[in-house]
Structures are given as C-alpha cells and as structure tokens.
Design a binder for this molecule. Structure first.
Ligand SMILES: *[C@@H]1O[C@H](CO)[C@@H](O)[C@H](O)[C@H]1NC(C)=O
Ligand SMILES: *[C@@H]1O[C@H](CO)[C@@H](O)[C@H](O)[C@H]1NC(C)=O
Ligand SMILES: *[C@@H]1O[C@H](CO)[C@@H](O)[C@H](O)[C@H]1NC(C)=O
Length: 422
C-alpha cells in the first residue's frame, strides 16, 4: 500500500489543516463480457438456436417483436382482456440465458398478417384500409385508440420495474418504425394515427415508463413526409430513439437530419439504439476491421453514442480478422454504451474513496451503484457522462476494501464488470 496524504484546508475564523490518511488500495479488474444493457443485439430465436455455442457473454440483450393480437385477446364488458403468456415465455427464456429483453409491439408488418385484435374487427364500422393485400389499422376507431393507451398502461404497470426488460420500443406503421413507405398514401387519422392521438399516446407512454426507457424510431423526426405533425411539441418528452437503417452511408444524411432534430445531445439522457441497415454489403462486412464502407463499427458507435444495435445476421458472416465471429461480436459489443473504469481506490480505515470514470461512449440509463465491501453507495452512476468522473465515498471499516458495481435493474445471472489497473 502506498500512503498518500490528502489535506483539506478549512476556514473557521482561523486557519487549520485537517489531514485524512487515505492510502491507495491495489485493484485489478477486466471486462470480459458485454455488460448489461449495451452491445450488439440478436433476436431471441438466434441464441435459442445456437444454445451454449453462442457464448452468453457476447451479448447482453435479445430482441423480439410483440404482435399486439398475441397480447390483446378480447374485450369483455368494456374491459380489455390480455394474455401475458407470449411475452412472459419470451422474458423467462431470455433471462434464463443471462440476458435482458428489448421488445416492440407492432400492428403492421409487411408480409405478415396485421396484428389487429379480433374484437376490433367485430365492431360495426371498424374497417382498415387494405392495400396490396395488407390491412392497415383503422385509426378513426375510438376503440382502437382506447385499446392502444390501455395496452401501454398495462405494459408499463407490469414491466417498467421488471429487471428482465432493458428497453421498450414503440411507434406506429410498418414494424412500428413510424412510416408506411411503399404502402398506401398516408392519411393521418385513418391509416396512420392523427397528430393529436400521436401526442396523446407518446405523452402518456413516456409518463408511465419511469425506469425503463421507451424508444421511438428516428423517423418520428422526419419533417418531410409528415408522419408526426406534432414533432415540435413532443420532441422534448423523455424518449430515446432507434435508427433502423444504421451504419449505411447512403442513408446517413437522411438519418442525420432526423437525429439532429432529435438533438445531438439527446444520448446524454435517453438511449440511442437501432439496427444495422439491411443492405447486403453493410451486413456482410459490418464487423470487418475497417467496416463495410471505410468506417469501423466501433468508430461509428462512438461518433453517435450508441447504446445498442440489432445485428441479427452477423452470426451468418465471418469478419476479416483472427477472432471467431462470436468473439468479434463480443469485442464490438463491448464498445457500445457505458464503461466504468476505476481511476482511484483508497481507504483511511473508516471510509473508502473511489473515483469512477465513464470511459465508454454513452451514459448508463438505469441506476447503478458502487458497493464497497458489501456497503452500497447512494450515489447513482446513471447518466454519468462519457469522459466524466464521479468521486464516491463509502463509510465502511476496513483496510482491505473490495469493490462491486450493483444495480436493481439487472437479473441475478448478470454482473456489471469494470476496469481497474491500480
Ligand atoms: C476518513 O476520511 C473521512 C472523510 O472522507 C473522515 O470523515 C474520517 O474521519 C476519516 N477517518 C480517519 C480514521 O481518518
Ligand atoms: C395465451 O397465449 C398462449 C401463447 O401465445 C397460448 O398458447 C394460449 O392458448 C393463450 N391462452 C388463451 C386463454 O388464449
Ligand atoms: C462533466 O462534469 C463536469 C464537471 O462536473 C460538468 O460541468 C459537465 O457538465 C459534465 N459533462 C456532462 C456532459 O455532463
């Protein structure tokens, strides 16, 4: 142990000096997993299929779509009926693999039947537009509007405090990605919700999810196609965003416009996620050392402060380097989001002082705490910004403190690893 003297000068009428004998404590720690709530994300059927050959440390989150009609199964005497089995089964399986879920309810999914709950279709006057064989939701319907709000209210009641769920995504249109491109002409209040209803819905949803961030497609900020005429009045609500055509040069300018309108510093309070664009060259070379189009994925992630990207097809490719593809998925996944490095660890026998720095590219969006020899600090590391440090003092009588990072928002199978070389 190296002894250091830290002296604090107080002015109390006269000068005097109080010295606290803080001594450095050696601390070594490495990150050998993708930490919770960051990284490359796979649909839940991929880890399910690969089993233990896809190391659970290579990812921390799994994604699934929630067809609304699997959840909303009826309405009895005006009360919406829910069947939680589909979502519960998914969350249980995902948690059993040591991961957390991101899910997104949808109504319209090109190529799949519309997930419209059967009770709506039996209401006289409910009639969604059919275009190229695809049925769109009928947003004229007050029953649909009421159901949508009730569903998100129930989802928030059940899952806002559920540590199996990392993030929730919401929206309207195809895949809930806030557009109906290649569909019929958009008619707000008919085949897409009215501006008023969008505002009502996003205001309610962002007020109900207090712990679990809700993310909307960056297309909510598309001012050219008019999906969200109320964008300026909702843009400051607390929601994160996702870019479903990330990392492709040809959509970058367009996506940048949306991201700019959402605010370049939005990541400081709300997560940015998304999906690697479905363009063959981008998919095939996404994890290559220099990337598919001259920018390595970790550089892109750092530039935009990404917390996660869905990368489902990456298991089918082989990047151009020495690691296995699964090892590469883990290596790149570790470059997302928060990363905690302990830069000082000292004790004076009654107190331990820790300096923790966020050396990642984005903050953590849920509470995390330092725990010294079993005693948890009250200082949350949530929203500690990249590049910034926090000095935390924990009162605990020991000369040989130990350190963990804990969180009520991870499951018992998960840990939050940190770096230290002291
Ligand atoms: C250790 O430092 C704390 C302030 O961080 C101080 O309150 C406490 O008295 C010190 N303990 C000793 C034994 O010096
Ligand atoms: C609830 O959903 C599950 C899974 O989707 C299904 O197997 C089951 O039959 C449903 N139960 C009812 C009562 O509809
Ligand atoms: C980083 O910390 C400094 C000092 O506390 C603070 O002024 C600054 O706003 C912080 N940066 C961010 C991005 O929060």
């Amino acid at each position: 142990m190296k002894l250091t003297l830290s002296c604090i000068v107080f002015l109390v009428g006269v000068y005097f000096v109080q010295c606290t004998n803080y001594a450095n404590v050696p601390l070594k720690s490495q990150i050998n997993q993708v930490n919770p709530m960051i990284g490359l994300v796979f649909w839940d059927d991929v880890p399910e299929y690969y089993g233990s050959s896809f190391p659970y440390t290579a990812l921390s989150m799994e994604y699934f779509y929630l067809p609304v009609n699997k959840l909303v199964v009826g309405r009895t005497n005006g009360v919406i009926q829910y069947n939680w089995t589909f979502i519960e089964n998914k969350l249980t399986r995902i948690a059993s693999r040591g991961h957390q879920a991101i899910f997104r309810p949808y109504y319209e999914y090109p190529g799949l039947p519309t997930a419209v709950p059967a009770f709506l279709k039996s209401i006289l006057g409910y009639q969604g537009q059919v275009f190229n064989g695809e049925e769109f939701m009928d947003w004229r319907s007050p029953d649909l509007q009421a159901m949508h709000l009730d569903m998100f209210t129930k989802l928030a009641q059940r899952y806002d405090n559920d540590n199996r769920v990392a993030f929730v995504e919401s929206g309207f249109g195809f895949w809930s990605e806030y557009h109906i491109s290649d569909g019929p002409d958009m008619v707000l209040g008919y085949n897409f919700p009215s501006g008023d209803f969008q505002q009502k819905s996003i205001t309610l949803i962002t007020s109900l999810f207090k712990n679990t961030p809700v993310l909307y497609s960056i297309d909510i900020a598309d001012i050219y196609d008019g999906q969200c005429p109320v964008f300026n009045s909702i843009k400051n609500l607390p929601f994160g965003s996702f870019d479903d055509s990330a990392f492709a040069k040809d959509s970058q300018d367009w996506n940048d416009g949306n991201k700019q309108r959402l605010g370049w510093t939005r990541y400081q309070t709300q997560p940015l996620g998304g999906e690697i664009a479905y363009e063959d060259n981008v998919q095939q070379h996404a994890l290559d050392i220099n990337g598919p189009e001259g920018t390595p994925l970790p550089t892109y992630v750092a530039n935009y402060h990404y917390t996660f990207l869905i990368a489902n097809d990456q298991v089918n490719y082989k990047y151009n380097g020495p690691l296995t593809q699964f090892q590469r998925i883990q290596q790149v996944g570790q470059t997302f989001g928060y990363k905690f490095t302990i830069t000082s660890f000292q004790t004076n026998g009654t107190h331990t002082q820790v300096v923790v720095k966020n050396t990642g590219v984005a903050p953590a969006y849920k509470d995390m705490y330092l725990q010294v020899s079993g005693v948890q600090s009250t200082v949350s590391l949530k929203r500690l910004q990249p590049g910034n440090s926090s000095t935390v003092v924990v009162q605990v009588s020991t000369n040989a403190p130990t350190l963990k990072i804990v969180s009520p928002w991870i499951t018992s199978k998960q840990t939050i690893q940190y770096e230290a070389n002291l």
